[in-house]
Ligand binder design. Sequence first.
Ligand SMILES: C[S@@+](CC[C@H](N)C(=O)[O-])C[C@H]1O[C@@H](n2cnc3c(N)ncnc32)[C@H](O)[C@@H]1O
Length: 191
Amino acid sequence: MSKKAHRFDASDDFVESLGGEHRREMIPVESVLPRMSLGRDDSVLDLGAGAGYFTFPVAGVAREVLAIDIEPKMLSYLRSRLDEPGNDAISLVQGEITALPIADGSVDHVLAAFVYHEVDSQKRLVEECRRVLKPSGRITVIDFQKRFTGHGPPIWVRKRPEHVISTCKGLFALEDRHDAKAYYQLRLRRL
Ligand SMILES: C[S@@+](CC[C@H](N)C(=O)[O-])C[C@H]1O[C@@H](n2cnc3c(N)ncnc32)[C@H](O)[C@@H]1O
């Protein structure tokens, strides 16, 4: 098997796997959101939004959310929920997160939840995040711990938090780190 990036399989029962009960127990949104330190006026770019596990709750605390994903199936699921109350601040775009179709310096916060391990080039991902962020902008990276966690991708594709911090060196400064059993969450400020 190739040791290149491991892409989430959109043919899975994706709503169940990305929004199911096990996930709510493993990665409670209510503990993730406060660590993002979002302001009411913030615009958030949600990279690889999937079935919107974070997109919808983030839309409840920020001014707007732009959700980007490469998979049409994910986007059509998200689109089917845009009419629900509270979701009018969400916009969707299909695209590649290592070549973002987003203007320079245009967003306050980038959320990279469970996508860092999925791309071919983490360096390009981080550089793109920095490019689209405003000077005071921040990035939140959430991903699986590099150990057996019961769910998630094979251990060999997972990246340690130290990998993220090292890739961000010179571009972002670490502001907050949280290590949970199954995942870690980092918040970094654009330099
Ligand atoms: C593991 S899911 C995570 C979804 C969501 N962030 C969450 O935590 O629930 C990864 C998502 O990223 C998308 N994705 C993976 N690689 C991508 C890329 N290079 N560009 C855009 N989207 C990508 C997949 O289609 C999938 O929806």
